[in-house]
Write a protein that binds this ligand. Structure first.
Ligand code: ZN
Length: 435
């Protein structure tokens, strides 16, 4: 199913024409209306008219998270405040939050992007769609809310918190699709079971859209099994608009990135050099239709790749792979690069492993030492010590197969790792030990 079939199935040549026109307009716009970008462009020795083609994108300067901070709150604005109808902010862990402004046109485009995403996963006006994401300054709740409403679905804006009530609403209101964070989606399933509700049999869920956290194919299969539904991967970031930047179609083979609104590049995060299709690196996005805060070559900090070839669903918009992690999530263990997502992919597919895990890091002699705490399922924990020993060995073997590293594994009781009603913290850094 398509929300905007003409655009979604547009021949690549026509799509390129639109991208070229919009890129030129965006550059002209920021040069004329934003002093930060005017200075950046001039520093590169460029005039706005120098960029005539999409493949000249590399000549333009990067924009970073630091630029948002240094220009807090409105230094990246490219229109007058009277045109701004909404502000969102990302949770800055340090310093000022990142402020993002939207014109009416920006909100409309964003809403259409979400409507495309949800339609692609089968959501229609017949669905009851629960939004289990934060409302407010965080973009997730309102983004999905307006997109689902535009399709005509019945929206249940239950936001976050009160997990038992979330499940009760899901059952009583006959919810058919929802969006949430992947770790919390598994927690919803656990809570349902604890309240005597079988998520697969007693609920009517057809699809769930998950994002805002690094997860893997293994967790997807787990969610699909728990709810007896399809689970789709959702990608977005507040600086660029929020959710709806890229999303999986029914093929579940990469995320379509809406190429009429965003230009994607993959670069080497260390050198800034452009990488080829199918090469893994940092995703860089240029917005093509943003009016309030257009961005040139924004370094997302997210690691992924652009996938090669067309998709069988008929959409011509390019696809990106699963987000492997943030560039700064990388751990160095005995000289080997390790991403938490690799641990996730290794363990979440194993029989006997429960729904949560933690990666504990300690530093010894300037090296990261890693212990993975893995929850057992009720079944595997109940069978006693020899069974948990056997599980630990299987987990170790699988992690070694995926990462090449021998990592300490500790099996812990089911539901013993604290559950959170928001983004889960998988990596916990312990005290620094000095030799
Ligand atoms: Zn597709």
């Amino acid at each position: 199913m398509f929300w905007q079939p003409k655009i979604e199935k547009m021949p690549p040549k026509s799509l390129l024409e639109i991208q070229t026109r919009r890129l030129k307009e965006t550059i002209k716009n920021v040069f004329e209306k934003n002093t930060f970008y005017r200075r950046k462009i001039l520093e590169k020795g460029l005039r706005p008219t120098d960029i005539k083609k999409v493949d000249q994108l590399e000549m333009l300067p990067f924009t970073t998270k630091l630029d948002f901070r240094e220009n807090y709150p409105f230094g990246l604005l490219a229109c007058s405040m009277s045109k701004v109808v909404r502000l969102h902010a990302s949770s800055g862990t340090t310093g000022d939050p990142t402020i993002v402004a939207y014109t009416r046109g920006d909100v409309e485009n964003w809403t259409d992007c979400i409507a495309r995403c949800l339609t692609m996963t089968g959501v229609t006006e017949k669905d009851v769609f629960q939004v289990i994401l934060g409302y407010g300054l965080f973009t997730g709740g309102l983004g999905f809310h307006y997109g689902a409403e535009k399709i005509g679905a019945t929206v249940v804006p239950s936001a976050t918190g009160n997990t038992r009530r979330q499940v009760k609403l899901m059952r009583d209101l006959k919810v058919t699709a929802f969006t949430s964070i992947p770790s919390y989606t598994l927690y919803l399933a656990e809570t349902a079971k604890a309240s005597g509700i079988d998520p697969e049999k007693d609920l009517n869920i057809n699809s769930v859209s998950c994002g805002a956290e690094v997860w893997s194919e293994a967790t997807r299969r787990r969610i699909e099994k728990e709810f007896g539904c399809k689970a789709y991967n959702s990608y977005g970031l507040s600086e660029v608009c929020g959710p709806g930047v890229a999303f999986e179609c029914s093929m579940q083979d990469g995320l379509h990135l809406w190429s009429d609104h965003f230009l994607a590049e993959i670069i080497d995060p260390k050198t800034g050099e452009r990488l080829e299709v199918e090469e893994e690196g940092e995703l860089v996005l240029t917005t093509l239709t943003r009016e309030a805060m257009p961005l040139l070559r924004y370094r997302t900090g997210d690691l992924t790749k652009i996938l090669d070839g067309p998709c069988n669903c008929g959409r011509t918009h390019q696809r990106i792979g699963w987000i492997k992690g943030r560039c700064d999530d990388m751990l160095k263990v005995r000289g080997v690069n390790l991403f938490p997502s690799q641990i996730e992919a290794a363990i979440m597919g194993l029989e006997g492993v429960g729904n949560s895990y933690q990666i504990l890091i300690s530093r010894r002699e300037h090296l990261d030492e890693v212990t993975v705490e893995v929850e057992a399922t009720e079944g595997s924990w109940g069978e006693g010590e020899s069974s948990t020993e056997e599980l630990a060995e299987r987990v170790r073997t699988e992690i070694r197969a995926v990462t090449g590293l021998n990592i300490q594994v500790k099996i812990v009781p089911p539901s013993s790792i604290p559950r959170v009603e928001g983004k889960v913290k998988r990596v916990v850094r312990g005290d620094v030990e000095t030799a």
